[in-house]
Design a protein around this ligand. Structure first.
Ligand code: BTN
Length: 310
């Protein structure tokens, strides 16, 4: 059963609808309808009240209510104008036993990247961490990183940006492969069971590239196609991710289709040393297979550099 608030919103979006008629239809008091309308206005929904009744005119630009409105994926949205790190907060929610929570921020003051690096997160980005409680062995957790990379790539493409994935989790744009987004996945559990997974996605959306560290070779959606509707972008991203996580076997083929790494000469710095050769495949749940000329090496973690063809 849809909550009354959602039913009111749906009715107003099809509006105009008179308050008393809506109260009758939803079997609540007129005062309750009025309270919902006032609450929605406070959240940024623009609602006209004319002779024919209430009508939804516009939805807020960004934030929890904006992203939740019309979202076809079962995530609770927790929004912050500014927070230290959405991953830190999502871990907190996950450790409290919650799942399917999407922590979203306009700005992060202590954004964290892979390998303990800082992650610049100025206002205008989509800084998003999902707290998940999947019933999978811990060894399958990397598939969620791949799913996130595919979801970000698809949402970016829909926004008009020709994005590709660089192994393991960078979303890049253009021939010079400048970084549009990165993903930081954190996992807690035992060998045969994940307790929780936090998938953090940092996407430079409506960000001026001058606000990003030059050394990071970063770009943004804004630089590629101009500013976009972050509400719609975030919704598409969540919906794509939700579909992929329900079908983990489809993730690797989807990743392969969007990858720029396969077929390239690569140098990968792994915890066990440097591997150089041609990236020939990716295997479940996310390992890169490199043909060194002498052998095929399967790499589960590392920093990957694309080299010029030999
Ligand atoms: C990388 O180093 O490429 C991964 C960067 C991940 C950044 C995102 S932004 C949202 C979430 N919160 C964080 O503190 N980090 C991740």
């Amino acid at each position: 059963m849809q909550a009354t608030r959602e039913q009111v919103l749906d009715a107003l979006s099809e509006g105009p609808v008179a308050g008393p008629a809506l109260a009758d239809r939803l079997d609540v008091s007129r005062a309750a309808i009025w309270k919902h309308v006032e609450q929605l206005r406070e959240e940024g929904f623009e609602i006209d009240s004319g002779d024919d009744g209430y009508e939804l005119v516009s939805v807020p630009e960004f934030g929890a209510s904006a992203v939740a409105y019309g979202l076809e994926a079962p995530f609770e949205i927790e929004y912050h104008d500014s927070i230290d790190s959405t991953n830190r907060r999502a871990r907190e929610r996950a450790a409290e036993g919650e799942g399917d929570v999407a922590v979203l921020a306009d700005e992060q003051t202590g954004g964290r990247g892979r390998l303990d690096r800082a992650w610049a997160s100025p206002s205008g980005g989509v800084w998003l961490s999902l707290a998940l409680r999947p019933e999978v062995p811990i060894a399958h957790a990397p598939a969620f990183t791949l799913a996130a990379a595919v979801a970000v790539t698809r949402a970016a493409r829909e926004a008009g940006v020709n994005a590709r994935i660089k192994w393991p989790n960078d979303v890049v744009v253009g021939d010079d492969e400048r970084k549009l987004a990165g993903i930081l996945t954190e996992v807690e559990g035992e060998a045969d069971r994940v307790d929780w997974v936090v998938v953090g996605m940092g996407i430079n959306v409506n960000v001026d590239p001058s606000a990003l560290p030059a050394a990071a070779d970063a770009t943004s959606v804004q630089e590629a196609v101009g500013p976009i509707d972050r509400r719609v972008f975030t919704q598409r991203l969540l919906e794509e991710f939700d579909a992929l996580r329900r079908d983990l076997d489809a993730v690797v083929p989807a990743w392969r289709a969007d990858a720029t790494t396969l077929g390239k000469r690569v140098r990968v710095e792994t915890p066990g040393g440097t591997v150089e050769g041609e990236a020939v495949n990716i295997s479940f749940p996310g390992a890169l297979v490199v043909d060194t000329g002498e052998e095929r090496v399967t790499i589960t973690a590392g920093d990957c550099e694309h080299l010029r063809p030999a």
